[in-house]
Unconditional design. Sequence first.
Length: 447
Amino acid sequence: MAAPAPLLHPDPDPSFTELLAIRPQLRMDPLAGLMLEEVPLARIAAAHGTPVWAYSAGTLRRRLATLQGALAEARLDAQVHFAVKANPNLAVLRTLGDQGAGADVVSEGELRAARAAGIPAAHIVFSGVGKTLAEIRLALSEDIQQINAESAEEVAMISATAAAMGRTARVALRVNPDVDAKTHAKITTGKSENKFGIAIGDAPALYARMAGLPGIRPVGLAVHIGSQITAGVGAYRTAYGHLADLVRSLRAQGLVVERVDCGGGLGIPYRDEPAPNPAALAGAIAATLGNLGVALMVEPGRWIAGPAGVLVASVILQKQGAGRRFLVLDAAMNDLVRPAMYEAWHGILPVAPADFTAPLAPADVVGPICESGDTFARNRGLPSLQPASLVAFLDAGAYGAAMSSTYNNRPLAAEVLVEGDRFALVRERQTQEALLAGQALPPWMAR
Ligand SMILES: Cc1ncc(COP(=O)(O)O)c(C=O)c1O
Ligand SMILES: N[C@@H](CCCC[NH3+])C(=O)O
């Protein structure tokens, strides 16, 4: 069973050279050090300080094109909807939207970001297990492509809201196929014990009921079985097979099924995981749903954005503990929470050219936050790194900045977009003033 690589892995880590070999967006220049496309990361750090996120526009486009190409190659009538939760930066969304990506959103904020980036409402799907009335109203007034409903209770909310607004919501039913995607327990979503979707056995009756409700036009089905799926496409095939059966049985009842949203979840190799590729996913879709005459959607987030981004941090100090070396960075779990939250393994490379050939020794890479979970890596082979040396976290373009917080009252880091040999700030580092803004003392504390 493939599972995401944990923070501390029993096998030797891939070398720096091996990590770079499968990431064409990154290379080590003998003079300029680690480069993202044609921009030395040291230049970005010098211009905008650290910690700083940097995204490659070229990589975003290339990966989106690979996915679009794989779907076309499999002769599928399929649209890619980028899962905005992975990276809601407007420049990222604009880059992908300009190349034809729609958006999969799960909140008012994501819907507004997708619209602000220029993604047409007709290419936006709203997913999520708990949309508020205000969010349903916004989706309806924007007339987005589709709302994916996850329960009978939510269908009733959408129907009542749409009818009151004199609108008709295009609704797909998200089904829970009870399939194990063999990924981290916190990010598996297609098992019956997970909160997502409606049990596949309950779907036919609800779908039939939807067809008779005011304010609702049932347009199809949706499924999403989990994230960072690296155990091949078997679980996808099983889930899509169940959906295909459901499409056939709904149609046999005389119901209309126009679309199937196949969800996201395609994994990437953070360490050396044998991640499935888009062609395999397209093959699984084609083999199951390909001949039903339904329009298809996929909702990848990580696969597109993960490898396109890095987090650059500075070493604050190197500290010798009892039998271990700690490398204390100015980035912390509030910036990149994946290691603390899922024990996730991220490649960590020195940015300076000389560091690359230096002898390596194990280090625990940590942030300055006051809890031991603020650990990015254990026993990681790294050269001696003096204060102010830079390191880069690889594959940080998805669920990186998106999951940042201000824990320890640390401001959100800046974000930069790299385009060939140019780069531009696309989100400023949060100011200390902004961190305090909006807080007020109650009148009785005034002095
Ligand atoms: C409904 C839905 N679609 C798409 C995604 C995107 O997942 P990933 O970034 O793993 O492709 C998610 C997150 O797992 C999700 O919940
Ligand atoms: N945030 C998770 C993925 C969850 C996907 C959300 N549906 C991660 O970083 O791996």
